[in-house]
Each structure stands twice: as C-alpha cells, then as structure tokens.
Design a protein around this ligand. Structure first.
Ligand code: PGA
Length: 258
C-alpha cells in the first residue's frame, strides 16, 4: 500500500500558539517512538497567524521528514490592493507548499463562487504550490453526480492538463463536515462511488485525472482505517479531530498499522 497523506485542517483552532505547539509536540513524540517506516505523510494547515511559527516547528526534529506546511486559503492576486488577503508570494516565503482551495465553509458560508475558487486555484499554481481542491455535494440525492460535474467544470476552467495533474482532490461532502448540523461521516463505499464519478468527469473533460484523492468529513479514530484501507482513497483531510492531540495521534497510529 502506498503512503497515505494526512492533511490537518486546523481552521480557527487552536486559539493560542502554546496549544498549537502542544499538538505538534505530542505528534513529534509519537513519531520518535514509531521506529518503523512511516506509512503516512503529514500536512499541517494552521491559521495564517500561526503559519510562520508552525513552519519553524516543522523544520525541527522528527516532524522535519514527515510533515509539510499548508495554508487554508490564498489570495486571488499576487500584487494588488486586497484588504485582509494573504498572497501566494507571502505564503511561499514562509515555506508553504500546500494550499486548501474551495473548502465548503468558504464556498457556502462565505459565498466563495466557483469562479473565485478557480482564480485561487490558478494563484496557487502560479505560486508553485500543491492545491488541495475541495469538492462535494450539499445533499446526497439523485443529482449528486451532476453537481460534482458542474463544480469540476467551473473550478478547473482554463487549467492545462499538466496543472490539473498537479492537484490533489479532497472529496468532502458538505453534509459530512463535523460542524454542520446533523453531520455524520460518509461510508467508504459511497465516498468511493463519488471519487469514481469525479475521476470519470475528469477523464471525460480533460482526458486525464489527478492522481491523489482524499476523503474528508467527520474523520476520526473510529472510521479512519475503514476509509484508508481502500486503495483508491489516498489520504484524509481531517478538521476537528486534528486539533485534539490525543485523537490525532490515535489516527496516526491506526494509519501506521494499515
Ligand atoms: P471535520 O472537518 O473533520 O471536522 O469534519 C473536515 C474539513 O472541514 O476539512
């Protein structure tokens, strides 16, 4: 089985740098104990305010070889006046290698359109980062594949085949995100069905499909192994459980036993 990618989306947590350091310390201790070959790679996506410090911590000890730095968002433009935004060039200088694009909280709670997501995706690519492009339906009904097709068409508009193949796809059904009312994780079977729909759409439109597919939405230590034992699910995007340090270490220990 190839190495799985575990992406921690910290959102607006932890609220202090000391807590963030606590999470990373525990993971570092765990990696130190784990002598055998690691079956996973890690990406930490802290909020902008902690990015620089987290980047420094990731360059130390056991995290250095296992973990990369990611951002949760990126500005659409590189050099212009956009109050409150953080440009790709700024992120690059801080050592950010990955960036989450089109998270459903930005799409649905902040009104980010597919067109804006498309511009952010282009910004990430222009700045040489690996985009982790989130997609997923709001309702699981008979129209879900049509919804995914439209989201893909709009989100990837104008990208070359080479650029598309550099993207990581995170399938995150909106109804499965742990903070949404009534949320529950998807089943591996239905996540696989969606991933296969996404691959078919890419093949149909672009004659190729990205290589890496993550599942996200209420991932925790109870369900992570069920998703990741599937060959076609190459990793997970973890929100709430990634800032609970004991839970996150539990997740890593389960992945290392797959
Ligand atoms: P969750 O969040 O794991 O808390 O459901 C995932 C995400 O929003 O990326």
């Amino acid at each position: 089985m190839s190495k799985k990618l575990i992406v921690a989306n910290w959102k607006m947590l932890p609220t202090t740098l000391a807590e963030a350091e606590g999470v990373l310390d525990l993971i570092n201790d765990y990696l130190e104990l784990l002598n055998e070959k690691k079956e996973f790679s890690l990406v930490f996506c802290p909020s902008f305010v902690f990015i620089e410090e987290v980047g420094k911590i990731l360059k130390t000890s056991h995290l250095e070889h296992e973990a990369e730095l990611g951002a949760q968002d990126i500005a659409v433009e590189d050099e212009t006046a956009l109050t409150g935004e953080v440009s790709g060039a700024m992120l690059q200088k801080l050592g950010v290698r990955y960036v989450i694009i089109g998270h459903s909280e930005r799409r649905w709670k902040l009104g980010e359109s597919d067109q804006v997501v498309n511009q952010k995706l282009k910004s990430a690519i222009r700045n040489d980062m690996v985009p982790i492009v989130c997609m997923g339906e709001r309702e699981r009904d008979e129209n879900f594949s049509k919804f995914l097709e439209k989201q893909i068409t709009n989100t990837f508009e104008g990208l070359t085949s080479d650029e598309i193949s550099r993207c990581i796809i995170a399938y995150e059904p909106v109804w499965a995100i742990s903070t949404n009312p009534g949320a529950h994780s998807d089943t591996p079977q239905s996540a696989l069905e969606s991933i296969s729909v996404i691959k078919e759409v890419f093949s149909k439109i672009y004659h190729l499909s990205p290589k890496t597919y993550l599942y996200g939405g209420s991932v925790n230590s109870k369900n992570v192994a069920n998703f990741l034992k599937e060959e076609e699910i190459n990793g997970v995007l973890v929100g709430g459980a990634s800032v609970n340090k004991e839970e996150f270490v539990k997740i890593l220990s389960l992945v290392s036993k797959l």
